[in-house]
Design a protein around this ligand. Structure first.
Ligand code: HEC
Length: 259
């Protein structure tokens, strides 16, 4: 019985390797329904272009943060996009956050510090709704989870503001035409304008570039550990292959005099 198990070890390892590869391959496969962009973070070897993530954060703060929160992210988490704590400290100090009530019972504002969570624009969904045509701007903490397909969708929405067709009739005042939003009308006006941010690395802030950067930032926000996970995954496959070969050699040696 034991012999049989030992003989089957290479086979078992082989199966385990195949088992590791199948989910990785299925991750790489994506269906396309919108214009497809070649995102660096999709596929088995996917990684984030951290300068794009940093530019995307700028766009988020400038053009999205007045409506969409990233409520589960602390300033300190921005280290993972390649910023030092000193740089983050400066960024945090530019934001005011509510820290309880003052003696008069009013919201007490103070500059944020690295340990704070990024501020949310509205105190609750009721207020969020009341100023956004009855729709709530969703929280971005996990919004970019869907990787490439989701990123293509976000791009489509951001680039999808076009002149409405002649027969376009919004259901209610404040809804605008968007070619890709389900139902073709959306309560969000086009949030991006040419050069609405100034990139310090010299990249031209066209609408498409800002859209790509903010989309990359949203994907990164949902998977801040992707680079690390992929590195470990690849090391694991190399390690397993090495062990499988080693076991095969040992098995051949042990059984070499058995005919
Ligand atoms: C003035 C407020 C406001 C700003 C600024 C804003 N949004 Fe929105 N956003 C909304 C609202 C409200 C909705 C919900 C729209 C609806 O359901 O009709 C929305 C919806 C969306 C959706 C569609 C979500 C879905 O349900 O599929 C995406 C994507 C999005 N926003 C991305 C962004 C990005 C990226 C930025 C910054 C570049 C941004 N938004 C800036 C208010 C805003």
């Amino acid at each position: 019985m034991m012999n049989l198990i030992i003989r089957k070890i290479p086979f078992i390892f082989g199966l385990m390797l195949v088992g590791l590869f199948i989910p990785m391959l299925s991750c790489a496969k994506e269906t396309m329904s919108y214009k497809h962009y070649p995102w660096s973070f999709t596929g088995v070897f996917g990684t984030y272009d951290l300068s794009s993530v940093q530019r995307g954060y700028l766009v988020y703060r400038k053009a999205c943060a007045s409506c969409h929160s990233v409520q589960y992210m602390r300033y300190a988490d921005l280290q993972q996009m390649g910023l030092t704590l000193d740089q983050i400290d400066k960024i945090a100090k530019e934001d005011q956050i509510v820290d309880g009530k003052d003696a008069q019972g009013k919201d007490f504002y103070r500059p944020a510090t690295v340990v704070d969570y990024l501020p949310s624009p509205y105190p609750n969904t009721l207020i969020a709704k009341s100023v956004n045509e009855g729709k709530v701007p969703l929280d971005f903490s996990r919004y970019g989870m869907g990787m490439g397909q989701q990123a293509d969708y976000i791009m489509a929405i951001l680039m999808g503001y076009q002149n409405p067709p002649a027969d376009f009739k919004p259901d209610q005042v404040g809804m605008v035409y968007n070619r890709y939003f389900p139902g073709h009308q959306i309560a969000m006006r086009s949030p991006l304008t040419q050069d609405s941010v100034k990139y310090t690395d010299g990249t031209a802030a066209t609408i498409e570039q800002q859209a790509k950067d903010v989309t990359t930032f949203l994907s990164w926000t949902a998977h801040p550990h992707l680079i690390e996970r992929h590195r470990i995954g690849i090391m694991m496959v190399i390690y397993m292959t090495f062990i499988a070969i080693l076991i095969l050699i040992v098995k051949r040696k042990v059984w070499s005099n058995v005919k």
